[in-house]
Design a binder for this molecule. Structure first.
Ligand SMILES: Nc1ncnc2c1ncn2[C@@H]1O[C@H](COP(=O)(O)OP(=O)(O)O)[C@@H](O)[C@H]1O
Ligand SMILES: [Mg+2]
Length: 297
């Protein structure tokens, strides 16, 4: 069978990281003789009506055999799935990973080790005052320092280290209706984590990230990368975490607990793959493409 795929990325994001992922997948497809088209999400409008036409699609003549979804436009991913097109990662997996509250929920339901996480209560827009007393219970449960982490965020930019109750309340007032969690700070992992790339049921690459100046190990926050040989336990938890969120492939971040016990920090359904290539020489795109072909054919 001669497969044809679409690779979707977000047409409005600036910077080349997103287009970059699409091109890497396309090149991996070329190496396997699979034709792909790179399409911006904003060139495909979902039409919801009683009509059979479901995409307001200005240029595409025929539908693909599969879609690699390098975006977080979840309604568009759902629409493609409703049209019976296999989407990788699935809309459900992207949606679960996009929202860290949902991610931790699935990890916790699957009994995987995570930092103790407390979900902030929903607050409607227009907040002017907060009831302070209930937050005391969160502070006593987690102690200081603790982490506040927005549900939606990446590159470490929406993750905060909070050292006192006063600072905690200031952040709570600042975030207002933004969804977020309070989380145990895993101090044994200060400025250090492991990124593991899982594809299907396999770990295909791993790197250790360390930062001298920040508690966050993200490369974009100044973390240094080095290739890493994960233990059997680290591999197993990364694969289990990928499965728990329903992803076909993912970049799983692990923290180091006491005695180096692996703790899942997050699961990225839309992990960039250039850094891991630069660090380890492993092109995750080839594994992703092989996986998709096996699933679709
Ligand atoms: N509970 C925690 N304890 C210690 N370090 C943490 C914790 N949560 C996050 N970090 C650090 O912050 C970084 C960013 O957090 P993460 O949840 O992966 O968000 P992002 O999606 O922004 O990468 C992690 O790579 C890790 O180094
Ligand atoms: Mg991360």
């Amino acid at each position: 069978m001669c497969l044809e795929g679409w690779i979707i990325y977000n047409g409005h994001l600036t910077g080349n990281k997103f287009r970059d992922f699409a091109e890497w997948i396309q090149n991996a497809g070329d190496r396997k003789g699979i034709k792909t088209k790179i399409i911006k999400n904003n060139h495909l409008f979902s039409i919801l009506s009683d009509n059979s036409s479901r995409l307001l699609n200005t240029s595409e003549q025929s539908l693909p055999d599969f879609v690699v979804f390098g975006d977080k436009d979840i309604p568009l991913a759902r629409q493609l799935e409703d049209m019976q097109i296999p989407v990788f990662n699935s809309a459900q997996a992207i949606s679960t990973c996009d929202n860290k509250i949902e991610t931790y929920r699935e990890l916790s339901n699957n009994k995987l080790a995570i930092p103790k996480t407390i979900v902030a209560p929903k607050i409607f827009p227009g907040l002017t005052q907060i009831e302070q007393e209930p937050f005391q219970h969160v502070a006593s449960e987690l102690g200081f320092p603790l982490i506040i982490k927005e549900a939606y965020g990446s590159f470490g930019e929406q993750v905060y280290l909070i050292t006192s109750f006063k600072e905690m309340l200031t952040k709570v007032m600042e975030l207002k209706e933004v969804p977020y969690v309070f989380q145990q700070f895993v101090s044994t992992s200060f400025g250090k984590d492991v990124r593991i790339n899982v594809v299907g049921d396999n770990v295909v690459a791993a790197m250790l990230r360390t930062s001298k100046e920040d508690f966050r190990a993200n490369v974009s926050a100044g973390g240094q990368m080095e290739p890493y040989q994960p233990s059997q336990k680290e591999k197993e938890i990364a694969i289990a975490a990928t499965r728990a969120v329903g992803a076909d492939f993912a970049g799983v971040d692990l923290l180091f607990g006491e005695n180096k016990e692996p703790i899942v920090c997050e699961v990225n359904s839309n992990a960039h793959i250039r850094n891991i290539y630069d660090c380890t020489g492993v092109n995750v795109a080839d594994f992703i493409m092989n996986h998709i072909v096996n699933e679709v054919e």
